[in-house]
Design a binder for this molecule. Structure first.
Ligand SMILES: *[C@@H]1O[C@H](CO)[C@@H](O)[C@H](O)[C@H]1NC(C)=O
Ligand SMILES: *[C@@H]1O[C@H](CO)[C@@H](O)[C@H](O)[C@H]1NC(C)=O
Ligand SMILES: *[C@@H]1O[C@H](CO)[C@@H](O)[C@H](O)[C@H]1NC(C)=O
Ligand SMILES: *[C@@H]1O[C@H](CO)[C@@H](O)[C@H](O)[C@H]1NC(C)=O
Ligand SMILES: CC(=O)N[C@H]1CO[C@H](CO)[C@@H](O)[C@@H]1O
Ligand SMILES: [Cu+2]
Length: 573
């Protein structure tokens, strides 16, 4: 293995070394793009299993990462992207949807065919790997997946084209996904150290549906490729030559020449097209809506009042369907909803968004980023054998009294003298400091997540699932924060005395087992984290979860994650 050049903070920030950026081109205003002229693409589907003599057996896929051009809109020149696919010709943004079967393992060999230089500015002052021979370091994480540490896509297990350089935690080219977990919606995306935000901006993500036909077909939810669709939503800005625009001047350019605390794009993209439309029948559909934005939150609603019926939150089914008119989705969260177009009073409707950005205190959404896509609804009511059952799946309730340990996780944002964010840490520690969160395999723990910043941070824990128990505002938040900045110790700063303010309850559609939760600013959010599978096999993971290199937990605002709002999570036997 080639030695990883780690943490190399060279002041040698040679112009052009990172490619892309301000290339003298004018910015393109997305408001010039006509909305709803491109049809919603149906991403290619790959089967993560094989059928031998009528019996499903483990599948082996090889999925590559390629540089190519992609047409985000009829009137926008082709854009250079990094895309997942089984070949350069078939690679797409988002990548192909992998369909896996519960209980049938999927092996994926992820290959990197990317060029020697990145297409976006990646900021050499962040702890990004810098292989001698160039190349774009990447590694894939299956978000929501329950799999061994060596297949988790540890940020330091990166590799470049043809595995010519590999990170210090790299061990194998083929990842193993046992699929021994409840059915639900997952997604895969790049997770390379300090490059995740730019690698996703370039296009490296896709949907993964874990299906359990024997369990799910009795529910009779809308199913099959025509009526069960992933909608992968993200935002991007462009130069007028079609290339992706990312502001390449940092907000603290003397500290980080390019890093900005949050990326927002002005075009809203669904399945690779800006403001697409989809012709639907007058019947029920299932949409697995994945927020693949770096930092934009979406609060979705239909302009004609149609409702959403939530059947799952992130990757796990809810016990019962929950109906809503509007719902908030943080980056990397997944909403799994049924929409019944037979109830539509109109022949078309717009899926819209009114979340401020940054969430919750930023600018309001406008006419442009406030629209997502259009549905054109058939006039005739259709035969529809699907239904919305009263009950879905019952999983174990959170057993708080059996929690083995209580931990305090504080979110910090550090500022420069000018008051601009420089970096974010969890518990005041960088990613490379040794693991402090070392839960026992098979146990549950209560985590008090303390948000000492002004932003909402979507917390994501690999491997585990969790339930939100309570959210309480901090009383004398400033006094508490001062104490924490001095002592970095929640108990000494008497967190229990401060966590006595207003209570917020999680919305009903987020009360199940989740893997991402939006941690409210100025609050202590108490969660029960389960380091043991939910099913179908109770008790132990079907692999050794205590092996190297362990797992991680992090903020899923990618711009934060890359600037070290991430910590190791190491299970112990
Ligand atoms: C997939 O690869 C594994 C080894 O990595 C092998 O045992 C298995 O037979 C392969 N399955 C198929 C369907 O090719
Ligand atoms: C890019 O970011 C810098 C620093 O925050 C800001 O001063 C500048 O106006 C931004 N440029 C554009 C085109 O938005
Ligand atoms: C998508 O996720 C990003 C970060 O993970 C978040 O900032 C953004 O608001 C989310 N958008 C939607 C539509 O949920
Ligand atoms: C699991 O992995 C750990 C760390 O490598 C090792 O110490 C332990 O013996 C393994 N357990 C089993 C059951 O193989
Ligand atoms: C928006 C908000 O409530 N921010 C608060 C986050 O938490 C810190 C510390 O408790 C407060 O100082 C902020 O006002
Ligand atoms: Cu964050």
């Amino acid at each position: 293995m080639e030695m990883a050049l780690f943490f190399l903070i060279l002041s040698l920030a040679v112009e052009g070394a990172w490619g892309g950026g301000d290339n003298g081109e004018a910015l393109f205003s997305a408001s010039k793009l006509e909305m709803f002229v491109d049809e919603l693409p149906d991403m290619p589907r790959l089967r993560g299993y094989e059928v031998r003599d009528g019996v499903p057996v483990a599948g082996n896929l090889t999925i590559g990462m390629y540089e190519k051009t992609w047409n985000f809109h009829r009137d926008l020149p082709p854009t250079r992207v990094f895309a997942f696919g089984t070949s350069k010709e078939t690679a797409t943004v988002p990548g192909p949807t992998i369909e896996a079967l519960q209980g049938v393992p999927t092996h994926v060999t992820w290959t990197n065919h990317l060029p020697s230089r990145h297409i976006l500015p990646w900021d050499p002052t962040l702890p990004a790997p810098r292989p001698h021979a160039g190349g774009v370091p990447t590694v894939v994480h299956l978000h929501g997946g329950v799999h061994p540490p060596h297949s988790d896509g540890n940020s330091l297990a990166w590799f470049t084209s043809s595995f010519s350089a590999t990170g210090p935690k790299w061990s194998r080219p083929t990842f193993f996904y046992p699929n021994a977990q409840p059915p639900g919606s997952l997604w895969y995306h790049d997770h390379a150290m300090a490059l995740t935000r730019v690698n996703l901006l370039a296009g490296l993500f896709g949907a993964y549906s874990l299906l359990a036909p024997a369990l799910e077909s009795p529910l009779r939810l809308p199913s099959g490729p025509r009526f069960d669709l992933p909608l992968v939503v993200f935002d991007r800005s462009f130069f007028s030559d079609g290339s992706i625009y990312m502001n390449s001047t940092g907000n603290n350019p003397h500290i980080h020449p390019q890093w900005q605390p949050e990326y927002f794009g002005d075009a809203i993209i669904v399945n690779g097209k800006a403001w697409p439309f989809l012709a639907v029948r007058r019947r029920r559909y299932r949409f697995r809506i994945i927020n693949a934005s770096n930092a934009r939150f979406f609060r979705f609603f239909f302009t004609n009042g149609l409702r959403f019926v939530h059947v799952a939150s992130d990757s796990v089914y809810l016990p019962r369907p929950v109906s809503s008119k509007k719902f908030l989705l943080a980056p990397s969260e997944i909403a799994d909803v049924i929409v019944d177009f037979s109830r539509s009073p109109t022949d078309s409707t717009i899926l819209a968004n009114d979340a401020p950005y940054p969430y919750p205190s930023g600018d309001p959404a406008d006419e442009i980023n406030g629209r997502v896509m259009k549905f054109v609804i058939g006039r005739r009511r259709e035969e529809d054998s699907s239904r919305i059952p009263e009950r879905l799946f019952q999983y174990p309730a959170p057993a708080v009294h059996r929690a083995a340990k209580t931990r305090y996780i504080a979110m910090y944002e550090y500022e420069s003298a000018t008051g601009e964010p420089t970096h974010l840490y969890l518990n005041g520690k960088s990613f490379l400091e040794p693991a402090t969160e070392t839960p026992r395999e098979g146990s549950s723990e209560v985590w008090h997540v303390i948000n000492l910043t002004d932003d909402n941070h979507p917390l994501h824990i690999h491997l585990a699932v969790f339930v939100v128990l309570e959210q309480r505002e901090l009383v004398d938040a400033d006094g508490f924060k001062d104490c924490m900045m001095r002592l970095n110790n929640a108990i000494k700063c008497r967190v229990a005395d401060h966590a006595k303010g207003k209570r917020y309850s999680a919305p009903r559609y987020e009360r199940g087992w989740k893997n991402v939760f939006k941690v409210r600013p100025g609050c202590v959010t108490r969660i029960l984290v389960r380091f043991r599978p939910l099913g179908p096999k109770k008790g132990k993971y079907p692999f050794n979860s205590t092996e190297e290199p362990g797992y991680v937990y992090h903020c899923h605002i990618l711009d934060h994650e890359d600037n070290e709002m991430m910590r190791p999570l190491k299970l112990i036997p």
